[in-house]
Design a protein around this ligand. Structure first.
Ligand SMILES: Nc1ncnc2c1ncn2[C@@H]1O[C@H](COP(=O)(O)OP(=O)(O)O)[C@@H](O)[C@H]1O
Ligand SMILES: [Mg+2]
Length: 235
């Protein structure tokens, strides 16, 4: 059984709006699946639909054997879907510690233990727990955003362009962390502009073009495909 199965979803920002035009997408247990494609293709719209921020007008979304189409974001978080948006993914004036607490809001009793886990996984968050999030570097801020997502003990982590705006070195460190989180058993759907780096850590990939799947397959095979290389991977 798949972990996440998205079948034929139509979704957009108003009733008449069809940004996703009948899209299929799936994540199997233990996978990192990356989603690449041009600007405006609908990558973020897909993650928002899975996280419950947008309600599909057609199609279905299943988490394991449960239909979750149209459920509200906090309920999806309780079922284990954690979403890290591309922007505004931390509260800048709140401390690292307070941000992690906010991440755990769906299950307050679990906050102390999960916060300890997050600070163990990302030691820099422990060291800087009393600092405001705005004082963190870009890479540290992304670790905090992921730490907040981990506070719901997710079964599926949705990451929207986590490496955006980072130096190549910080981006590589972040990809290493994403891979380590996955090795711990967490399944991940990853939207990325740094397509080569994302494909390198992914099991499978989808190329989205204009709200549809343009190509899909094993990440290493897509990375070696001459057409994909020419169009999406800079030669
Ligand atoms: N909040 C919004 N309101 C209306 N249209 C939006 C909104 N966000 C994105 N769109 C439109 O939806 C389309 C897909 O956007 P998006 O999913 O953000 O693309 P991607 O993440 O692949 O770059 C684009 O045409 C974009 O203009
Ligand atoms: Mg986007």
């Amino acid at each position: 059984m798949g972990l996440l199965t998205v079948s034929g979803i139509v979704a957009g920002y108003s009733a008449a709006d069809q940004i996703l035009k009948g899209l299929d997408f799936a994540v199997q247990p233990g996978e990192i699946v990356c989603i690449i494609g041009p600007n405006g293709a609908g990558k973020s719209t897909l993650l928002k639909s899975i996280a419950g921020l947008l309600t599909p007008s057609a199609g279905s979304i299943m988490l394991q054997d449960r239909v979750v189409t149209g459920m509200a974001p906090p309920d999806l978080a309780r079922l284990g879907i954690a979403y890290v948006p591309q922007e505004h993914n931390v509260f800048p004036t709140m401390t690292v510690r307070e941000n992690l607490e906010m991440g755990g809001y769906v299950d307050p009793k679990q906050i102390p233990r999960r916060m300890e886990d997050a600070m163990q996984r990302f030691p820099v968050l422990g060291r800087k727990r009393r600092q405001a999030a705005r004082t963190l570097s870009g890479g540290e801020r992304q670790l905090l955003a992921m730490g907040m997502a981990l506070m719901v003990a997710p079964v599926l982590l949705l990451l929207d362009e986590p490496s955006a705006g980072l130096s190549p070195k910080a981006a590589q460190e972040l990809f290493d962390q994403i891979q380590a989180i996955n090795k711990g058993g967490l399944s991940i759907a990853l939207v990325e502009q740094n397509a080569n780096e994302a494909l390198a850590i992914s099991d499978r990939a989808y190329v989205l073009v204009d709200g549809r799947t343009g190509a899909t397959g094993i990440a290493s095979e897509l990375a070696a495909d001459p057409d994909i290389k020419r169009i999406f991977l800079g030669g």
